[in-house]
Design a protein around this ligand. Structure first.
Ligand code: ADP
Ligand code: ZN
Ligand code: ZN
Length: 822
C-alpha cells in the first residue's frame, strides 16, 4: 500500500494547535517545510498557511482534508524561523498562528478577508492566463476586492493561486492598513530604437545628424556608454539621466533624438528601497575612547553572548556599531540593528546609508506592506541587504546567517509588544534568536534597564562603559526649580518658572534652540466642575477624557472616541467647567503668548501620526526653522540636534508619581534622555527641571548623573517588594462585557490559581482603567521567584485558563496572558 503523507500547517487563527492536512500525490514532490499552501478551513473558508512539518502519521481524532494547492516553489520561512516562532509561542503563551500573523507581512499571507488592489501603474510584460485576465479585468474596474469576492467572480473555490501569481507579477498588491499606496518608483532608460539596430541605418543617421551637432554629440556619448557602436551592444539600455549628465546636453536635445525615433525611452520600475548612494563615505575613525570600547566589546564577546555598552548620550555609540557592522559584513554575516519605533528616523538611516549604501534594508512599521514584503524577499533570497535596521517586528525577518544583533536604546519599553498577542519583548527574544544563529547581541544605552544592568552584575552579560562625550563636550548642567516655592512667590507664568523663561530667552537671543518636554499630549488631561467636582469620562472606558483644544473635543486616549465639550456639568448643571492639568497642546498655546515672535512646533502622537509628519517636524527643527520644540517622550528618542542649548522638563512629578513599580526607573530614563538633548555639539547645555519635590532621590541621581546609585536603590526596592529582576511576573487579564461575569470569572480563576501557586498570586483587582471599549477588565498577577521552572508554571497556567474559559458560565470570557509585562 502506498504511504499517505501529511503536513502540519500553521494557520492564522487563534487556535492553539496545528492542523494536519493530507498531501495528494499531485503535490507530493512539491512540498517543503516553510512553504505556503492553501487549505480549506471550516465550512467555506480558505487560508494560506505555512507548512510546519511533514510526516506520515494519520491523525486519530479527525478526518483530514487535502491541501488545495502549493503557493511557493521555495520556502518563504526558513527552519530557524520556525524554531524561533515555536519558542515565542511557548515563552509568551500564545499560538503559532498568532506568531505567524505577527511575523509575516500581510502581502505574504492571503486569507479570504484579505483586500487585494489593482496596481494602476502596472505594465504587462508577459501573457496572462484567461483566469488571471478575468481577475484583472474585474479589479481594474473595481480597484479593490477581497479574496472572497474574487472567489465568487471566478467561480473558483479558491482563487488564491491566481492572486498569488498576479502579486508576483506586481499587477496587484495587498493591504491590511495601507498608508502610502504602492506606486513603484520608476526610472527612465534609453536604448537604440529597434529599427536602427542595423549598421547601414545607423550610418544614415550619422549623416543626417551632421547638421544637428548637439544631437550627434549625445549619440556619440550614448555609444561610448553602451560600450561602442557594434551589434553586440545595440540592445543595451542606459539611464536617461546619466546620458544627460555625461553628455552635458540639455533635456530638449535628448528628447529630440527620442522624437526622431533614434532612441527609445523606456520606463522601468526600481526597488523603492534602493538608494542611489553607494558605499561612499567610508568609516569615521574612532577616537581612542571609542577604540578602547570597541576592543573591550570584542574581547567580551569571546566569552559572552551579550554585551551591554553603557555610554552617555553622544559618546559615539552609533559610530562603534557602524564599525562592528562593517566587520560582520566583511565576514559575510548579516546584521540586525534594532531600534525603538520612534527612534528610527531619517537621521539614523541616513548615517548608516552613507556607509552601507544599498546593503542596508529598513523595516519600519509605518512603511506600506508592499515595502515590507520587498525587504522580506530581499533577505529571503539573499539579494542586497546585509544589514537591516528595523523596529521590533524585524526579528521575524528570514535571516539565515546572522552574526550580530544590535539592540539600541535597550531600555525602551516599546520593544515590548502589548497588543495583540504575541506579547513579546524584542530585546529578550533577540537573545534567543542570536543564540539560534550563534550570533552575538550588543545592547546600547545611556540609561540601562534594571534587568539588563543586573545581568551584567551577575556576569551573564559583558559590560563596557563609555562615559566621555565625543570631542569632550560637557554633560549638561541641570538646574532644579521648586515649582511649589515659585508658585508661592508668584514667579510662575502659566507652567513656566521665571528661571525657565530666562534661559529660553537667552538661548533664543543667541540664535539657539530650546526643547520643552511634557509627558502628556492634548490640552488638559481632564475637565472638572468647580461646583461639584464632576469629571467627564468616556462612555466606553473607565477613564477621564482629555481635552483637545484645536478640535474643541474631549478625546479618550484609550479607545480614541471623541465627543463635544459639554456646556454644563452633567451632574449639577453648573456651567463652571474648568480645564485641569496641562498637556503639550496647552504648553504650545502658552509659550506662543510669552514668545509671540518665535516659531514653535509640537511633536506628539497627535502631530506625528505618519512617518512623514514626524520627519517633517524633525527636519524643520534641524534646519533651524523652528526655535522651540515642544513634545512628549517622542523627542527624547535618539535625536541629535546641534543647536539646542536649553531643555525644559515641565513637570517631573507626574512621571514620578505614576502608580507602577517601574515609575522611578522610567522617570530616571526619561529625564536623563531628554536632558541629553541639550548642548550636544558646541557648548554645555542647560536642563531646567521643574518639580515640587527637588529632594526626590531619582531627581538627585539625574542631577549627579549617578546611574549606579539609581540602580542600587531601585534594586533594593525590587527585592523588598518582590519585583523583577528577582521575581518573574505574569499578568493575566480577564475581560468580559458584563461586569458580574468578569468578577465571577476572575474570582474563580484567582482561587484556582491560589490553590496552585499560593501567595504568588496577587488579585484579582480592577486596574486603574477598569473598562476599555465596554470591556470590563480584571487583572491577576503572578510573581514567580527565581529557581522555579517557568515552563511548568506556564503549563499549569494554561490548564487553569482552559478550565475557566470552558466553564459553561464563562463562555465569552477572554483571558490573556502577558509574560514579563512592562
Ligand atoms: P551616541 O550614539 O552615543 O548618542 P553618536 O554616535 O550619535 O553618539 O555620536 C554623537 C555625534 O558625534 C554624532 O554627530 C557623530 O557623527 C559624532 N561622532 C561620534 N564619533 C565620531 C567619530 N569617531 N568621528 C567623527 N564623528 C563622530
Ligand atoms: Zn457639577
Ligand atoms: Zn474610551
Amino acid at each position: 500500500m502506498e504511504t499517505t503523507f501529511y503536513a502540519d500547517i500553521i494557520l492564522p487563527v487563534p487556535l492553539p494547535r496545528l492542523f494536519t492536512y493530507e498531501i495528494s500525490q499531485r503535490w507530493i514532490n512539491d512540498v517543503e517545510i516553510g512553504m505556503r499552501v492553501v487549505v480549506p478551513f471550516g465550512k467555506k473558508k480558505y487560508y494560506s498557511g505555512i507548512i510546519y512539518s511533514l510526516h506520515d502519521q494519520k491523525p486519530e481524532a479527525y478526518e483530514t482534508k487535502e491541501i488545495v494547492s502549493v503557493l511557493d516553489s521555495t520556502p518563504i520561512v526558513n527552519e530557524t524561523q520556525l524554531h524561533f516562532w515555536k519558542w515565542i509561542s511557548e515563552y509568551y503563551m500564545c499560538t503559532l498562528g498568532e506568531v505567524y500573523k505577527a511575523a509575516v507581512p500581510s502581502g505574504l499571507k492571503l486569507e479570504s478577508e484579505t483586500k487585494v488592489h489593482y496596481n494602476t501603474n502596472w505594465v504587462p510584460e508577459e501573457k496572462l492566463t484567461p483566469k488571471e485576465t478575468m481577475v484583472l479585468d474585474f479589479l481594474s474596474e473595481k480597484k479593490t476586492a477581497t479574496v472572497q469576492d474574487l472567489n465568487n467572480i471566478t467561480e473558483l473555490k479558491n482563487s488564491l493561486p491566481i492572486i498569488k501569481s498576479l502579486l508576483d507579477k506586481e499587477a496587484l498588491f495587498v493591504s491590511e492598513r495601507l498608508k502610502d499606496g504602492y506606486k513603484p518608483k520608476t526610472k527612465k532608460l534609453v536604448q537604440l530604437a529597434p529599427e536602427y539596430c542595423h549598421d547601414q541605418k545607423l550610418q544614415n543617421v550619422f549623416t543626417e545628424l551632421s547638421r544637428a551637432k548637439k544631437q550627434l554629440e549625445v549619440l556619440m556619448v550614448f555609444f561610448t556608454m553602451i560600450g561602442g557602436a557594434n551589434k553586440n551592444n545595440y540592445s543595451k539600455a542606459i539611464e536617461k539621466n546619466l546620458l544627460k549628465e555625461k553628455s552635458g546636453a540639455s533635456l530638449s536635445v535628448l528628447n529630440e533624438l527620442i522624437k526622431k525615433g533614434v532612441l527609445l525611452e523606456v520606463e522601468t520600475a526600481i526597488s523603492r528601497l534602493q538608494t542611489d548612494t553607494l558605499l561612499t563615505d567610508g568609516l569615521h575613525e574612532l577616537n581612542p575612547a571609542q577604540q578602547n570600547a570597541k576592543q573591550q566589546i570584542e574581547q567580551q564577546f569571546k566569552e559572552k553572548d551579550a554585551v551591554l555598552l553603557h555610554g552617555v548620550t553622544s559618546s559615539g555609540k552609533t559610530e562603534i556599531y557602524i564599525h562592528l557592522i562593517k566587520e560582520q559584513i566583511d565576514k559575510g554575516k548579516q546584521v540586525l540593528y534594532l531600534l525603538p519605533e520612534i527612534a528610527l528616523t531619517t537621521q539614523i538611516t541616513g548615517r548608516l546609508k552613507k556607509v552601507f549604501g544599498n546593503a542596508i534594508g529598513i523595516y519600519h512599521s509605518k512603511y506600506s506592506d508592499a515595502e515590507r514584503v520587498e525587504v522580506w524577499n530581499d533577505i529571503l533570497h539573499q539579494e542586497n541587504y546585509k544589514v537591516v535596521i528595523g523596529v521590533r517586528s524585524s526579528i521575524f525577518l528570514p535571516f539565515d546567517n546572522l552574526g550580530l544583533i544590535i539592540v539600541d536604546e535597550e531600555h525602551e519599553n516599546t520593544y515590548k509588544q502589548f497588543d495583540p498577542s504575541p506579547r513579546y519583548h524584542a530585546r529578550d527574544a533577540a537573545m534567543v534568536l542570536a543564540h539560534m544563529h550563534k550570533a552575538k547581541v550588543l545592547m546600547g544605552t545611556a540609561t540601562p534597564s534594571i534587568e539588563t544592568y543586573r545581568n551584567t552584575q551577575l556576569a551573564k552579560y559583558g559590560l563596557v562603559e563609555l562615559f566621555e562625550r565625543f570631542e569632550g563636550i560637557q554633560m549638561p548642567q541641570i538646574i532644579t526649580v521648586n515649582v511649589r516655592e515659585e508658585k508661592r512667590k508668584k514667579r510662575m507664568h502659566a507652567h513656566f518658572s521665571a528661571t525657565l523663561i530666562e534661559h529660553v530667552t537667552k538661548a533664543i537671543n543667541n540664535g539657539e534652540q530650546a526643547i520643552l518636554f511634557q509627558n502628556r499630549r492634548g490640552f488638559s488631561p481632564y475637565l472638572e466642575c468647580t461646583q461639584c467636582s464632576w469629571v467627564p469620562k468616556c462612555d466606553f472606558c473607565d477613564v477621564s477624557l482629555t481635552y483637545h483644544k484645536h478640535i474643541n473635543q474631549l478625546v479618550c486616549h484609550y479607545c480614541g472616541h471623541s465627543s463635544y465639550l459639554p456646556k454644563t456639568c452633567k451632574a449639577c448643571n453648573s456651567p463652571a467647567l474648568q480645564t485641569k492639568g496641562f498637556g503639550t497642546e496647552k504648553i504650545e498655546e502658552d509659550i506662543k503668548i510669552i514668545f509671540p515672535e518665535i516659531k514653535v512646533a509640537r511633536m506628539d502622537l497627535d502631530t506625528s501620526r505618519t512617518r512623514k509628519s514626524h520627519e517633517t517636524i524633525i527636519g524643520n527643527f534641524e534646519r533651524g526653522e523652528v526655535d522651540i520644540l515642544i513634545g512628549t517622550q517622542m523627542i527624547s528618542k535618539g535625536l541629535d540636534f546641534d543647536n539646542v542649548s536649553v531643555v525644559g522638563i515641565l513637570n517631573a512629578d507626574s512621571m514620578l508619581n505614576y502608580p507602577d513599580f517601574r515609575a522611578f526607573e522610567r522617570s530616571f530614563q526619561m529625564m536623563a534622555q531628554v536632558g541629553g538633548r541639550a548642548g550636544r555639539k558646541y557648548k554645555q547645555g542647560t536642563v531646567i527641571l521643574q518639580t515640587s519635590n527637588p529632594d526626590n532621590p531619582v531627581i538627585l541621581n539625574v542631577i549627579n548623573n549617578n546611574f549606579k546609585n539609581h540602580f542600587q536603590s531601585e534594586l533594593a526596592e525590587r527585592e523588598l517588594f518582590k519585583y523583577p529582576p528577582f521575581y518573574r511576573l505574569i499578568h493575566l487579564t480577564v475581560k468580559h462585557k458584563n461586569q458580574n461575569t468578569v468578577n465571577q470569572a476572575s474570582d474563580y480563576l484567582g482561587q484556582y490559581l491560589r490553590g496552585l501557586f499560593k501567595e504568588r498570586v496577587v488579585g484579582p483587582q480592577a486596574p486603574t482603567v477598569s473598562k476599555i471599549q465596554n470591556w470590563h477588565i480584571r487583572k491577576i498577577m503572578l510573581k514567580i521567584e527565581g529557581g522555579v521552572s517557568l515552563i511548568k508554571v506556564k503549563e499549569m497556567l494554561r490548564d487553569a485558563i482552559n478550565t475557566v474559559v470552558s466553564h459553561p458560565g464563562f463562555k465569552a470570557v477572554v483571558i490573556q496572558a502577558d509574560v514579563d509585562p512592562m
